[in-house]
Design a protein around this ligand. Sequence first.
Ligand code: GUN
Length: 280
Amino acid sequence: MTKIIDGKRISAEIKDELREQAMKFKERGIEATLAVVQVGLDPASSIYVRNKKKACEYVGIRSLSYELAEETTEEELLSLIEKLNKDNAVSGILVQLPLPAHICEKHILDAISPAKDVDCFHPENVGKMCLGEPGFLPCTPAGVVELLKREGIEIAGKECVVIGRSNIVGKPASMMMLRENATVTIAHSRTKDLREVTKRADILIVAVGKPLMIDDSYVKEGAVVIDVGIHRNAENKVCGDVDYDKVAPKCSAITPVPGGVGPMTIAMLMRNCLSTIIDK
Ligand code: GUN
């Protein structure tokens, strides 16, 4: 029987744990505050931002919204970040990506104070994560590891193949699996004989960004498959990078889309936000 990994349930459990923690801090007059910055009106970004603010409200984290016009200049955005960096009432800063094409993403992400970088996108925090030093963990990769741990899936010593090498998911996910003592391979668009590589995986993490690309021919019998993708198909139905109907019967456990990794990203963001008042 294939186990369906219920990210919605697990993320709800985590948010309840964090809510308890937040309440204890609130009794002592300490509250976390997340500044959420969105530039432009990308509909997908608006949904993500709304869900993040909703999660803050549930957990007991104050959220401040900065909804900036599409034409906002890089200088204007940098000066807002500078202001938020200096504001002691703000403990976390999140700039929703993607940014409009005229703004350099790297300039913006590098300007966020590493102490407030709840996305864990700043090079200093990425470096600490790679070195195994304490600090923020990137939300989606941390969500993947947390799902595996809470489902009791052993990671140490397992063959893990990550498909995708993005800075947000593929690269940090492979580092985090290495931290958990998996034997890690990163596959990507230039990998030769991709199926040969992915069929080695005991744990296959798919972050390719192509709807339904991975079918059963890429998967070893009994593997655990984690689908990080999220898309809408021709019928406007939400789907992942994995062809769930073909892959699920072949594996021992699989995340659905929606309801797998997605909700975990937000739960891990909430964990990072609370850590800004706990660790610092
Ligand atoms: N856009 C897509 N995913 C993310 C994320 O995890 N953080 C931010 N800030 N923007 C995103």
